[in-house]
Structures are given as structure tokens and as C-alpha cells.
Design a protein around this ligand. Structure first.
Ligand SMILES: C#C[C@@H]1N[C@@H](C)[C@@H](O)[C@H]1O
Length: 437
């Protein structure tokens, strides 16, 4: 192994109670909310199809012009309690909030910059209102934080001169101060999800990324930190130069998931995926007709897919500038919540089952119970199950339904009957097993 000062601080999964809570929560929601919600993908009469929170880049808007949007930040329909109730009904156990996205606008009254909610017509600490509302509903709060900051004159994409070194050192100190401010003001935060760490300037400062992880964990014992923050001594990101995962969970799965048959490596570590409902819109975009919008069923399948491979899934919401959600997002939260209210036990606290995936859907596992989450009903009316050696199925019951027949067709092979009544939606069969492995 290469000797590293700023490589992985731990080998294998974190096993403390806080990490177990992160893992068992399984389903989260992302809130991408910032100045970018105001133009919603349109600038000077031109509609841009790229990600709405990157409009400043697509339309090549200078920072000072972009930040003038602060004069319009006044979400009069923002109701944190209603937001928290919507999340609760959806069945999410945590919400990741963009405290500051690449644009540099802070949803909290940071004293280290003038680009915050305090300097807008809204004035109030909107982040604090969200944290309280979600926590009051028993929902954990995670902070998204963009290291990349388009509003800060000392940010550098690369370090090519003495001047760059000096400026970027000032920028790293500014960032430390903001992170300490967030950890101090909102001590119930459970996780920091870093973004915007792909530039050469950060890769050349792996030491700082290790320092940030350590600083936050000293300030907030138990807090989790994503792998995307981390770079090692040689600029290797997420996994260090010896191939060990840095941070507490891998966070590379943005709008993509590992193939559940061909690519099982993620089952070896903790990981969290995040997804958008349109093809690639995190912030509010006025026109969702510009790309395919996933149905609630397609969102649900991605949630189950992630959990079936031992990961978490975070579904994104991009609130409107007025503080309300678009109808498609309200309907999505409703639909997912209805399914989770009946079948959530195959998600919460569940993990990778280690059984060979079948065409009808996915397995998840919690101790001695294995769940079959069926998305594709076969014409044969039988669900083929191949168990590992020395594992037998003793019973099969449809969640919120009746027992179904199980017939052993060969060694470690079974036909599990379909439920008599077709619910017209994905359903879950809970298997009791004898595991003599
Ligand atoms: C690229 C990029 C960013 N990462 C996603 C989580 C969004 O914040 C997007 O803007």
C-alpha cells in the first residue's frame, strides 16, 4: 500500500449508532433551493435546457449580475411546516438541504459573506426554519454544501501561481468559517454532503478535505460526511490511492445506479444515490417538458433498486421561487408515500440480500426476513426464487395481504405463487427463511 497522510481514515463500514441510523433511514429527499429558482432556467427571454441551478454558467451571467437576483428573493408562500408534513407523508426519513449551491447564495444569515437571505426582502433565517420544521416532524436534516463558490473572488479552479496560492488559502479559511458556522448554528444536523469538489484546486489540497472531515466530526460527534468531499495526498477522490473509500459513504451515484446483476461492487460499502425527476433538473425549472419526467413508479423502482444493493436513495425536489412545490412534485410525494405506508418495511432498515436477482424485481433483507419487491409480474404466475446454498424458504406472505404458496422445484429453487388479486401496483412478498449458512 502507498503511505498516505490524507487517505481513508477507516477500512470497512462505519458501525456506530449514527451511521446505522443513516443507513437504516434509506429514503431521503433533496431540496435544491436558491436564487436559480427565480429565473427557473430562463435568462433574457431565452430558455436553457441544462440544469436550472447551473443557469448562471449556461447563460454566462457575471456573478454581480446574477447575485442581483437577491433583490427578488421573497418566497411568500414558503410554509416550513407544510414542507415537513409533505416529507413525512412521503415516508422520507431525512432531507438534504442546499445550504449554499455553486452560486454562493446562503440560505442562512452567514456573517462571512453579504450574499445571504439576511440581505434579501425575506430577511429571515430560512435554513433555520426548515431545520426546525423537519426535526419537529422527526425527520433528520442533512446539509448539502458546495465548496465551489462562483460568488467568491478568492475561489480558484486551479492553483497556478503564488497569487493563486494566497487567494485560495483565504478561500479555504472562508469555507472553514462557514462550515463551523453551520455546525454551530444547527447542531442537530446529521450529515454534510459536499459538492463542487472536482476542480484541480481542491485535488491539490487533499489535506484540507481531510481537515474538514475531522473538524466537523470533532464539532458534531457522529455526523456523517460523504466521499465526494475527499481527496487524498495525490488528488484521488472518493477512493484513495490504495482504493479505500474516504468519508463515510460513497456519493458518486448521481442520476445513475449500479447494474444489479453485472456490477455488485457497491454492496461492499455504504453508499447513497441521488436522483432527479426530470432527466437533469435539481433546481426549479419552469419547463419540465424539455426532458423526460419519471413517473412515480419509475422513481419507486430506483428507490428499491438502491436499497436492494445496500444503498440509500435521495429523491430531488426543486421548490418554486414563491416557496411552494410544483404539482408534479406534490403528486410524486403523495404516490411514493402511499406505497411506502404499505410496503416501507422492505425499505427501512433493509440491506442487500445477496440472492441472485430475478426478472420480476428486487430482493431486500432485514435479518432473517427477505423481501421480494415485484415490479414485473410473469405470465407463468410464478415468481422464481433461487436461494443460496443451505437457505430454505419456509413461508411467503404478501405485505398487507395473504400467505401465498411456495413450491420447491429443484435444489435451492422455488416457485412462489403470485397473490390471487392483482393490486395493479408493485407488491412485496415477505419470505421467512431457514438460513443454515
Ligand atoms: C453537477 C452538479 C451538481 N450536483 C448535483 C447534486 C446538483 O447539485 C448539481 O447542480
Amino acid at each position: 500500500e502507498i503511505s498516505l497522510k490524507y487517505g481513508a481514515e477507516r477500512l470497512g463500514k462505519r458501525q456506530d449508532a449514527d451511521m446505522k441510523r443513516f443507513r437504516d433511514n434509506r429514503l431521503g429527499a433533496f431540496i435544491h433551493w436558491g436564487l436559480y429558482a427565480i429565473p427557473g432556467g430562463e435568462w433574457n427571454g431565452e430558455m436553457y435546457g441544462g440544469a436550472a441551478e447551473w443557469l448562471k454558467a449556461w447563460a454566462k451571467v457575471p456573478a454581480d449580475e446574477w447575485l442581483k437576483l437577491m433583490e427578488q428573493w421573497n418566497p411568500t408562500r414558503f410554509n416550513p411546516k407544510a414542507w415537513a408534513k409533505m416529507a413525512k407523508k412521503m415516508g422520507v426519513k431525512y432531507v438534504k438541504i442546499t445550504t449554499k449551491h455553486h452560486e454562493g447564495f446562503c440560505l442562512w444569515p452567514s456573517k462571512y459573506t453579504q450574499y445571504t437571505v439576511a440581505q434579501t426582502p425575506y430577511k429571515k433565517d430560512i435554513l433555520g426554519e426548515m431545520v426546525k420544521a423537519y426535526n419537529d416532524e422527526g425527520i433528520d436534516v442533512h446539509f448539502y454544501f458546495s465548496v465551489l463558490d462562483w460568488s467568491h473572488p478568492d475561489y480558484r479552479y486551479d492553483i497556478k501561481s503564488e497569487e493563486d496560492e494566497i487567494a485560495f488559502a483565504r478561500f479555504l479559511e472562508f469555507t472553514d468559517n462557514q462550515l463551523k458556522e453551520l455546525a454551530t448554528r444547527y447542531p442537530t444536523v446529521k450529515d454534510f454532503w459536499f459538492d463542487g469538489t472536482w476542480d484541480a484546486s481542491i485535488k491539490k489540497n487533499g489535506w484540507w478535505t481531510a481537515h474538514v472531515e475531522q473538524m466537523l466530526k470533532e464539532m458534531l460527534p457522529g455526523v456523517t460526511v460523504n466521499s465526494r468531499l475527499r481527496a487524498d495526498d495525490y488528488g484521488k477522490r472518493h477512493f484513495d490511492s490504495n482504493g479505500h473509500l474516504m468519508g463515510d459513504y460513497e456519493s458518486a451515484y448521481e442520476r445513475r445506479l449500479s447494474d444489479p446483476v453485472k456490477d455488485l461492487k457497491v454492496t461492499r460499502w455504504d453508499w447513497e444515490a441521488c436522483m432527479t425527476v426530470p432527466e437533469n433538473q435539481w433546481g426549479y425549472h419552469k419547463d419540465w417538458s424539455l426532458s423526460y419526467v419519471k413517473t412515480p413508479l419509475e422513481v419507486l423502482e430506483r428507490i428499491v433498486h438502491a436499497v436492494s444493493m445496500g444503498g440509500n436513495m435521495v429523491v430531488n425536489f426543486g421548490p418554486q421561487p414563491d416557496g411552494d412545490f410544483r404539482s408534479e412534485e406534490k403528486e410524486l410525494a403523495d404516490a411514493v408515500g402511499r406505497w411506502m405506508s404499505v410496503n416501507g418495511e422492505c425499505i427501512y432498515g433493509c440491506d442487500y440480500a445477496g440472492w441472485d436477482k430475478q426478472a420480476w424485481g428486487y430482493y431486500t433483507r432485514k435479518g432473517k426476513e427477505v423481501y421480494m419487491v415485484v415490479f414485473n409480474s410473469p405470465y407463468s404466475r410464478h415468481l422464481v426464487v433461487k436461494t443460496p446454498k443451505d437457505v430454505k424458504i419456509t413461508k411467503a406472505v404478501v405485505l398487507n395481504g395473504k400467505e401465498v404458496g411456495v413450491k420447491e422445484t429443484a435444489r435451492n429453487e422455488y416457485n412462489v405463487d403470485m397473490p390471487a388479486k392483482d393490486s395493479g401496483a408493485p407488491f412485496v412478498i415477505k419470505l421467512q427463511i431457514e438460513d443454515n449458512t
